[in-house]
Design a protein around this ligand. Structure first.
Ligand code: A3P
Length: 312
């Protein structure tokens, strides 16, 4: 396997060589009731048996909740604000996506993790119940980021338009219903955020919110530092804050997924770093979609202490 100099394969070169259509909009099949893309389902046994190491840090999210942002923050903290080091490779190489699998010769997330030096920064979108058991046996730390359902749905819709591996999103109207019914890849937002919320005291889990990160990024960066046992100066915190702002990450080829070719993600349809705001849902939901959404939301979140902010 070719390496990128960062000890990992040159992912974008491999992807470029893959024939057009290889990635075309995989169908979803349920794994323990959670819809996942076919290549992931095909390697499920390997994912389930994945051997975590005790110093692995797992970053878990429902898709489009701010994963990449948290990956960049954590990599910055682990490298004590040295942005030369965080620029060593693109996000998906620095912090592999555990369950992602593609047709050969594209390396899977686990292939990448197996050649990643420790401590490894592992990304997952798996709901709590589907996380490989070894993470709990090894008492790994986990950072979970949750984002309000409406902005999360909007962001996922635009992502599904441009990400050719994901099923076709259909119209926005159809998409809202699929989101509410848990028919999208990685399943129900409700089960996801609630499953992780209910598990947060059973393991070493830091549960954070996208809206809090937007409101006061330095406060949330400090929470992550404390969780990781890192004591960095205010100057370094400020540097991390600047480096992980939406505008800097949008311009950063090592964070904005521009190294993934357009046969996989077509950023001319919608950029990966799209808006990065709280409240963009107001530009998308019609009055009737909002009413249906709110009714369903009330039913699904009833009795939980988990609450979200829809504007800040
Ligand atoms: P939008 O589509 O609303 O812009 P993920 O990394 O989980 O796929 O999430 C992507 C979402 O996080 C996108 O949301 C993206 O713009 C936003 N995002 C990425 N980096 C960000 C940052 N530094 N600040 C704010 N939002 C960010």
């Amino acid at each position: 396997m070719e390496t990128s100099g960062a000890g990992s394969p040159d992912y974008s070169e491999i992807l470029q060589q893959v024939p057009e259509g290889t990635f075309y909009r995989f169908q979803l099949f349920p794994v323990h009731g959670v819809p996942l893309m076919k290549p992931i389902v095909n390697c499920w046994e390997r994912i389930e048996k994945f051997q975590a190491q005790s110093d692995d840090l797992l970053i878990a999210t429902y898709p489009k909740a701010g994963t990449t942002w948290m990956q960049e923050i954590v990599d910055c903290i682990m490298n004590e604000g040295d942005v030369e080091k965080t620029g060593r490779a693109p996000t998906h190489v620095r912090s592999p996506f555990m369950e992602i699998c593609s047709p050969p010769p594209v390396p899977s997330g686990i292939d990448l993790l197996e050649i990643t030096p420790s401590p490894r920064l592992v990304k997952t979108h798996l709901p709590y119940e589907l996380v490989p058991e070894s993470f709990w046996r090894q008492k790994c730390k986990v950072i979970y980021v949750a984002r309000n359902a409406k902005d999360n749905a909007v962001s996922y819709y635009h992502f599904d338009r441009m990400n050719k591996t994901q099923p076709d999103p259909g119209t926005w109207d159809e998409y809202v219903l699929k989101f509410l019914k848990g028919k999208l890849a990685w399943g129900s937002w409700f089960s996801h955020v609630l499953g992780w919320w209910n598990a947060r005291d059973k393991h070493d889990i830091l549960y954070l919110f996208y809206e809090d990160m937007k409101e006061d990024p330095k406060r949330e960066i400090r929470k992550v530092m404390t969780f990781l046992g890192k004591d960095l100066s205010e100057d370094v915190v400020e540097k991390i804050h600047q480096h992980t702002s939406f505008t800097s990450m949008k311009e950063n080829p090592m964070a904005n997924y521009s190294t993934i070719p357009s046969n996989v993600i077509d950023q001319s349809l919608s950029p990966f770093m799209r808006k990065g705001e709280v409240g963009d849902w107001m530009n998308h939901f019609t009055e009737s979609q909002n009413k249906i959404f709110d009714e369903e939301y009330r039913k699904k979140m009833e009795g939980s202490t988990l609450t979200f902010r829809y504007k800040i």
